[in-house]
Design a protein around this ligand. Structure first.
Ligand SMILES: *[C@@H]1O[C@H](CO)[C@@H](O)[C@H](O)[C@H]1NC(C)=O
Ligand SMILES: *[C@@H]1O[C@H](CO)[C@@H](O)[C@H](O)[C@H]1NC(C)=O
Ligand SMILES: *[C@@H]1O[C@H](CO)[C@@H](O)[C@H](O)[C@H]1NC(C)=O
Ligand SMILES: *[C@@H]1O[C@H](CO)[C@@H](O)[C@H](O)[C@H]1NC(C)=O
Ligand SMILES: *[C@@H]1O[C@H](CO)[C@@H](O)[C@H](O)[C@H]1NC(C)=O
Ligand SMILES: *[C@@H]1O[C@H](CO)[C@@H](O)[C@H](O)[C@H]1NC(C)=O
Length: 217
């Protein structure tokens, strides 16, 4: 009897000890990159405002951009941002965006933040109802990110939050980023690169680099 009672006691104690769910992250990292897909009508000033980053700072993470005043559509620009651990649960950064007349969560996610987030993911962190957002208020725009994971590989120090677009495949993203499909899959085991939407994380080597081939979609 005694050992089994003790065993039961141990189980109960361990259930109690396990109740506070183990945090999935404890701290973030200073730097992640966002792959911002250039839509018709956007300019560097606007990107710099929504992504809270100076133009000169983010230009240093990109190959030279030929005509900064009229950006070529279909191009991607890497924008650095800090990657935080949110509520011990996941990695992201919460940007602040001030709503203007006619803005919706959908427009914020799909256009202003270039699908770096989704309508649902924006809505989740704001108290305002989807259809009743006052003009001029600041909203939270949560963009997911990834920090180095030395359990996967020590080769890559930095991760790009990369929204997939229709027409892309695992092979096309590999070619575009000059990475092997195996490396891409190892960091995105559950991603469908042909899905036409959704986020993947592209590893790149450390800082002070130029992402060869990543300027253009
Ligand atoms: C930059 O783009 C934003 C968003 O499309 C637009 O509101 C603004 O007028 C543009 N600024 C210039 C100087 O083109
Ligand atoms: C975001 O995704 C939607 C749906 O696929 C697409 O229509 C839109 O052009 C995308 N926006 C950008 C900036 O890529
Ligand atoms: C961000 O990450 C969380 C946690 O992994 C996930 O539930 C959510 O769907 C992600 N959001 C986007 C826009 O991918
Ligand atoms: C934005 O997030 C902060 C921190 O979680 C929260 O206090 C604030 O109410 C949120 N803003 C809106 C508009 O819900
Ligand atoms: C692509 O990667 C290979 C191996 O890592 C490297 O030797 C080559 O120089 C890279 N090419 C470009 C264009 O970056
Ligand atoms: C990936 O997404 C594409 C487009 O939605 C779909 O046709 C394909 O079946 C998906 N592949 C897997 C393995 O789910």
């Amino acid at each position: 009897m005694f050992p089994s009672k003790l065993g039961l006691f141990a189980i109960i104690i361990s259930i109690f000890l396990c109740v506070p769910v183990e945090p999935k992250c404890s701290k973030g990292c200073d730097l992640a990159l966002a792959s911002y897909y250039v839509w018709a009508g956007v300019n560097l000033t606007f990107m710099s405002e929504v992504m809270s980053d100076s133009i000169s700072d983010f230009l240093s993470y990109n190959p030279p951009i030929p005509d900064q005043d009229s950006l070529q559509a279909d191009m991607r620009i890497n924008i650095p941002f800090p990657c935080d651990c949110i509520n011990g649960d996941f990695f992201a950064h919460v940007f602040k965006y001030r709503m203007r007349v006619g803005d919706t969560y959908e427009k914020v996610a799909g256009t202003y933040y270039a699908n770096l987030t989704t309508t649902e993911w924006v809505q989740k962190f704001n108290s305002y109802d989807l259809n009743r957002i006052p003009d001029g208020v600041q909203i939270n725009v949560t963009v997911n990110c990834s920090c180095r994971d030395s359990s996967v590989s020590k080769d890559y120090g930095l991760f790009v939050t990369y929204p997939l677009r229709p027409g892309q495949t695992l092979d096309s993203v590999a070619t575009e980023t000059n990475l092997t499909t195996a490396v891409l899959k190892s960091y995105n085991p559950n991603a469908n690169f042909s899905a036409g939407s959704g986020l993947v994380y592209i590893p790149t080597k450390g800082e002070g680099f130029v992402l060869v081939g990543m300027g253009k979609f």
